[in-house]
Unconditional design. Structure first.
Length: 83
């Protein structure tokens, strides 16, 4: 940090604003972080590439919307055991 009354030479020797945070990335890093297909894999891969790694959901019913307010069998058993 500069002291009050710093000379013009001292001010000129300071790095530009934000330079201490390394905001200006080299071209290869910039391309890799922005998702360039030449340097890095795409940010949003195609579905056929994802299906190889995603396993099937063992119970897809638990993710569906339930329009009834009746409790499930497991909830009834748990409340009966503790109540």
């Amino acid at each position: 940090m500069l002291q009050f009354g710093a000379s013009h030479q001292e001010v000129a020797e300071l790095p530009p604003a934000g330079a201490f945070r390394h905001r200006a990335m080299p071209p290869r890093d910039l391309l890799a972080r922005s998702g360039s297909h030449a340097v890095a894999p795409p940010l949003h891969p195609k579905t056929e590439h994802l299906r190889l790694t995603i396993r099937e959901d063992p119970d897809p019913g638990r993710h569906g919307m339930q329009l009834s307010r009746s409790p499930s069998a497991g909830a009834l058993e748990a409340s009966a055991a503790h109540g």
